[in-house]
Ligand binder design. Structure first.
Ligand code: 1GP
Length: 249
């Protein structure tokens, strides 16, 4: 098992965790490093680097280096395309957008990047990515047929398919900046059938959002917009506090 995957497995033994998403296109490497350091102080467990618009490999590399110089936490690429790959990060979510209509998003982009990832020695962590309505930009770019917010059975079906295909993680994504996170009913239904860790992201902006999703069984919460909008402010602190509380400290 790779080093980052092992780290995540160990962290998850003690309860749910949080990951901080930073878009290298929207923040300078210095600003990314500052956000990462503050998030680490609050107990965030990893820094994800990505966004749904094209990020140049140079920008990704610079940002990963700056973040790594600032924090001990693993940096994980959250790729938009094969161009997001850089050896400067610790790992990459090797993800398939399961409910995309585009074969590119399901498997062809992954095939295009596989040998390069092997060559540079980046750790791949396989992830089944499921877009839930509204899906926002990633739903459009990813040509997803988003899971309707009132269809927990469809979400369960995709999530279980990911597990049966041997994936390490499942990610339920409402889309960055979504007005509401993934409904708790969907999270609860997916957790009922899933044995691998469940990541939930998109639209989480408050401690109340975090509470609802953690109560429903989310094991990893991802936030991005909340720090883009207000830096490491009270909302981010409240979300992290909910996560820490469930880890018993
Ligand atoms: C997006 O799930 C992540 O891919 C985070 O979403 O930006 O809404 O926090 P937000």
């Amino acid at each position: 098992m790779g080093r980052v995957r092992e780290y995540l497995r160990d962290r998850l033994r003690d309860g749910p965790i949080h990951m901080t998403l930073i878009d290298p296109d929207k923040s300078t490497p210095d600003a990314a490093a500052r956000v990462a350091a503050a998030a680490a102080q609050l107990g965030s467990s990893a820094i994800m680097l990505g966004g749904s618009t094209g990020i140049s490999p140079a920008r990704m590399t610079e940002t990963a280096r700056a973040v790594k110089a600032a924090v001990q936490l693993p940096t994980i690429i959250f790729p938009e395309s094969p161009a997001s790959v850089t050896p400067a990060a610790d790992a990459i979510y090797y993800m398939s957008l399961l409910n995309s209509r585009s074969v590119d998003r399901v498997i062809r982009m992954q095939a295009r990047s596989a040998l390069g990832i092997r060559r540079i020695g980046l750790e791949p962590i396989s992830l089944g990515y499921i877009v839930v309505a509204p899906g926002m930009r990633v739903g459009e770019v990813g040509e997803a047929d988003p899971v309707p917010r009132d269809d927990p059975t469809l979400a369960q079906s995709y999530a279980l398919a990911a597990e049966y295909l041997g994936m390490d993680l499942v990610y339920l994504e409402a889309g960055s900046g979504a007005p509401e996170p993934v409904p708790a009913t969907i999270v609860r239904a997916v957790r009922e059938v899933l044995s691998i860790p469940l990541i939930v992201g998109g639209g989480i902006r408050s401690a109340a959002d975090a509470t609802a999703l953690l109560d429903a069984g989310a094991q990893v919460l991802v936030t991005g917009t909340v720090t883009e909008e207000e830096g490491i402010g009270p909302a981010m602190a409240g979300i992290l506090e909910e996560v820490r509380r469930r880890r018993g400290r």
